[in-house]
Design a protein around this ligand. Structure first.
Ligand SMILES: [Zn+2]
Length: 295
């Protein structure tokens, strides 16, 4: 039961850090650091939840989780009902998460492949992006091994040259920094538990932070105002919706991004950040180590 207690403590630490992140205002000033902390925190929560279930279920063996799991098939009938249920629940949760992630990746890859084919038919290469002859203003990055930056004729008419350059830099930042890989695990978790308001909120937070990372990159190259005014124009015109698997320039709440670009947050890193980092990293290391350490 010591093992279960450690896993529950690790999970509690991850929940506390997640709640703190949700309430924090510094994250918009330092989106990259916030994203890294979010990734470690959610990974800790997942690993510790599975660890707690398996730890309870395999407690009678008094061994590490992995060694006990290897020996499990011949002796599983020795476990009582509650321990058996915990083992099955832990393994099912781990399998469910992995399968769901793979299914999400596959469906997104298929949607992107279909969209790439469509672009080959209707788009033409121009000014470092694929231009689609459509009146609605839209710009997005279609990620993949060879990412595509797509902009509509409507967007080119809507934006000045400086604004268009800033928008293209934003989309290239998505492609170069592979933001789709950051967002994908959170979107897969949301698909797994679609009714969870908390998970929906976390997902929206991650998507917004990713957009802010791309905004920062574009602002460093072309200044803040061109991107802010481009976002404003997109917002005033309304967006046409983004194809499945793409990252658009103006899909997330743009008002917060425009405000941030025009009045940059002066928040430094909060004093509690080192404590939160140490707490969640220790929790993850403990939780992962308990899978192998015999107790
Ligand atoms: Zn974007």
């Amino acid at each position: 039961m010591i093992l279960v207690g450690h896993q529950l403590a690790a999970g509690t630490a991850a929940v506390l850090v997640a709640l703190w992140l949700l309430r924090s205002r510094w994250t918009h000033a330092h989106p990259r650091a916030a994203l890294i902390l979010w990734q470690i925190t959610v990974l800790t929560l997942v690993v510790s939840t599975i660890g707690a279930l398996l730890g309870f279920g395999l407690a009678p063996y008094q061994r590490g989780l992995v060694p006990a799991l290897f020996d499990l098939p011949p002796v599983i009938h020795e476990l009582d009902l509650w321990h058996s249920v915990a083992v099955v629940a832990g393994l099912a949760l781990a399998g469910w998460l992995i399968v769901n992630q793979l299914l999400c990746l596959r469906s997104t890859a298929r949607a992107r492949a279909r969209h790439r084919l469509l672009l080959q038919l209707v788009a033409r290469q121009d000014t470092g992006a694929l231009v689609v002859d459509h009146p609605i203003a839209v710009a997005y990055c279609l990620p993949g091994r060879t990412p595509r930056i797509v902009v509509s004729a409507g967007a080119r008419r809507l934006l000045t040259d400086a604004e268009l350059d800033a928008v293209l830099a934003h989309e290239r930042a998505h492609a170069r920094e592979r933001h789709h890989l950051v967002v994908a695990p959170f979107q897969a978790l949301r698909r797994l538990l679609p009714g969870s308001a908390l998970l929906t909120r976390v997902c929206a937070t991650i998507e917004l932070l990713v957009e802010m990372c791309a905004d920062d990159k574009a602002a460093r190259q072309h200044g803040r105002e061109p991107l802010a005014s481009a976002l404003e124009r997109f917002h005033a015109n309304g967006t046409a919706g983004t194809p499945a698997g793409a990252l658009a320039v103006a899909d997330t709440p743009v008002q917060a991004r425009i405000r941030r670009l025009r009045e940059p947050d002066r928040f430094g890193f909060p004093p509690a950040l080192p404590l939160a980092c140490v707490l969640v990293l220790t929790a993850l290391a403990t939780s992962a180590a308990l899978f192998a350490v015999p107790l």
